[in-house]
Ligand binder design. Sequence first.
Ligand code: MLT
Ligand code: ZN
Length: 454
Amino acid sequence: MAAYTTDQRQLFTGSTFAVLKPATTQQVADVVWLAAHHGIGIVPQGGNTSYCGGATPDASGRQIVVSLERMDRIREIDPVSMSISVDGGAILKNVQDAAAAAGLLLPLSLGAEGSCRIGGNIGTNAGGLSVVRYGMTRDLLLGIEAVLADGTVVSDMRKLRKNNTGYDVKQCFVGSEGTLGIVTGAVLRLAPLPTRRATAWLKLANGAPLAELLALVRRESADLLTTFEFVAARSIALATEAMTDPPSLPTSPAGAILVEIASSSRHIDLDELMEAVLVEAIESGWIDDALLAQSGSQRTAMWRLRETIPEGEKRRNGSVKHDISVPLSCIQRFLDLAGSQVRSYDADLELSVYGHVGDGNLHYNVLVPRDVDRLEFTKRIESSLSLQLYDTAAALGGTFSAEHGVGRFKKHLLERYGDVGRIAAMRRIKTAFDPADIMNAGAVVRPLGEKSGR
Ligand code: MLT
Ligand code: ZN
């Protein structure tokens, strides 16, 4: 059972008396119907890669885990409608590969793509590395199939771009993290597969304004920008230490930016375009130097460095993650304010800051010192410094969870920072969909009638 009862960061271990692995939507419906009939709670689980304990049963031992891992089929690709229909348990990477084999792109890409599953991506509204161009999972969702808390099957696997026929029920499941039902199928929007890419590593000048640099790159790259990732010098060092063959890339104490532009057209010279953008950025004084990838392997090396950061943190002794986002116009202010908060909390703390600046989203992670107990440290930081950082993000109009969800770990933060009316609406939706609180009870939001502090 261990793989199903511990969250992927091993911060919390729950328990269960059964893991069920249905193979069809009807079997999911039957399982849910039976569980509802007997008052048994259900935790829907995909790849179990949630950072927020959204897919892990609680400690009561009374919730069953319903794993979608056997429901992993690609149902249909429609190249003309540019859509793909899949099971809720399809692994993201397999869906990307199936789309690519048909000459199309599933524009959702994130570190866990080799193990996370589409139902979980929908449940958390997963973001990742190309949101700046294509949006979050929400923006890719055309149709859904889901089992409600009484076993009713919502079957709306349409591939329509336009369908204004009342409430957009499929969007209710986005961000619901299994609390409203189980996503058993989805239709996702595809895009033309980029055949050309230009990838560059930008060495930031001291005090470079990130939002202005982003605006320059976005404007001058003819809206072909797919990635704009910030990596602080400490995060680069962590990734480098964790790699067997780390690339040598221009970097400075101010950090670096990984930029990629991509196009499906054979008529645009992307290298030429990127070179022009880089020259302008250097002339602006915001970057000191840049390296434009000259080969596929150089490009891969840049990406590997970025994607190895979480592993680098883990190898060191882990990090306390803060998945914050603020309006782009406030990103510099957040970095300044948060930096001084950390320094005055404990000048010896080390940070690993990186992320999707193109989306106003930073992973503002506090590194766990090597010689301390990880769980204890995490608990201490989360009840003190983390709240200061979230207060700062909130004061700037930002959020405590940009793309990692709420799950069990951040439920109290939603209560603390969420708009009262919005939470009231969420609780009503939860109770309307799941009056007996069967579906992933304890995650995201309290149903009506339940007191806080569960
Ligand atoms: C990433 O962007 O790499 C992840 O969302 C953050 C993480 O793994 O900490
Ligand atoms: Zn991320």
